[in-house]
Design a protein around this ligand. Structure first.
Ligand code: NDP
Ligand code: 8X3
Length: 250
């Protein structure tokens, strides 16, 4: 069955891998992000396999989110699958040294951005009595680690939002799934460390991290489960990882 899927943060990492996996299923795709060159690249590449519509907006910008999603072409308005993936960590510092701009970026993007997009899309799902929302949380939403307090808090909020959204939306035939990855090698650490390649590389040293495709494979499993099955919450850790902070490095 061909379902319309909207993915935020589809210009790199996990969101891009989910877009690739959904393109292989020939789902019509609405792919979102801020970087226009990346959006164009993904439109051209995945456009060979399925219909791709791209939207450029910052999820923190409420008016931009509303305007972009209200302007979807009529035949793409009835979104069946929403993947709330856009987000990042910014900085790694104890609370007393944290940068307030980093905190704003994480709370506005990872939490409020997810809400703005959900607010624009979920009423259509309620109206048609079906849909699936997949929220990309993190192991950091389940286990708080030192120096990551605000990122962890933003992802703990995603965990609560997934739970609450499931309570609110299940009566309308809408599934809500929460996906909590551990260490996945993407652009995540480059963003967290503001382009410091050596710091970013150290995060994945001495073990085999998850790939974005590993997470996409789980998301495919989640959205293709039969109607009587909801995968409510799934945590994926790297093979060498036992918790957010315990990684067996060689
Ligand atoms: P990447 O940095 O590779 O991808 C982040 C994506 O989010 C990009 O497509 C980026 O697009 C988009 N994005 C970020 N901020 C905004 C914004 N304000 N507005 C619109 N789009 C935005 O990292 P990942 O793929 O790893 O991250 C994806 C999600 O997975 C995030 O929510 C992250 O917290 C979560 N996660 C990541 C883990 C990891 O170890 N990598 C583990 C657990 C969870 P653009 O810059 O073009 O806007
Ligand atoms: C990303 C995983 O453990 O670096 O959410 O916070 S972690």
């Amino acid at each position: 069955m061909s379902r319309i899927a909207l993915i935020t943060g589809a210009t790199s990492g996990i969101g891009h891998a989910i877009a690739e996996a959904f393109a292989a299923l020939e789902y019509p795709l609405i792919l979102c992000g801020r970087r226009p060159d990346r959006l164009e690249e993904v439109r051209q590449t995945l456009g060979r396999r399925t219909r791709v519509h791209t939207l450029q907006f910052d999820v923190r910008d409420r008016a931009a989110v509303e305007q972009a999603l209200a302007g979807l072409p009529d035949d793409l308005k009835a979104v069946d699958i929403l993947v709330n993936n856009a987000g990042n960590a910014h900085g790694l510092a104890p609370i007393q040294e944290g940068d307030v701009d980093d905190w704003d970026a994480m709370l506005d993007g990872n939490v409020k951005g997810l809400l703005y997009v959900t607010k624009a899309i979920s009423p259509g799902m309620v109206e048609k009595g079906s849909g699936h929302i997949v929220n990309i949380s993190s192991i950091a939403g389940k286990q708080t680690y030192a120096n990551g307090t605000v990122y962890c808090a933003s992802k703990a909020a995603v965990e609560a939002l997934s739970e609450g959204m499931r309570l609110d939306l299940t009566p309308y035939g809408i599934k809500v799934s929460n996906v909590a990855p551990g260490a996945v090698e993407t652009e995540f650490s480059m963003v967290r460390f503001k382009g410091d390649e050596s710091r970013a590389a150290k995060v994945y040293e001495g073990f085999t991290p998850l790939t974005a495709k590993d997470i996409a494979d789980a998301v495919v499993y989640i959205v293709t489960a039969p109607p009587h099955v909801t995968i409510s919450d799934i945590t994926l850790l790297a093979g060498a990882q036992a918790s957010a902070t315990s990684i067996n490095r060689k």
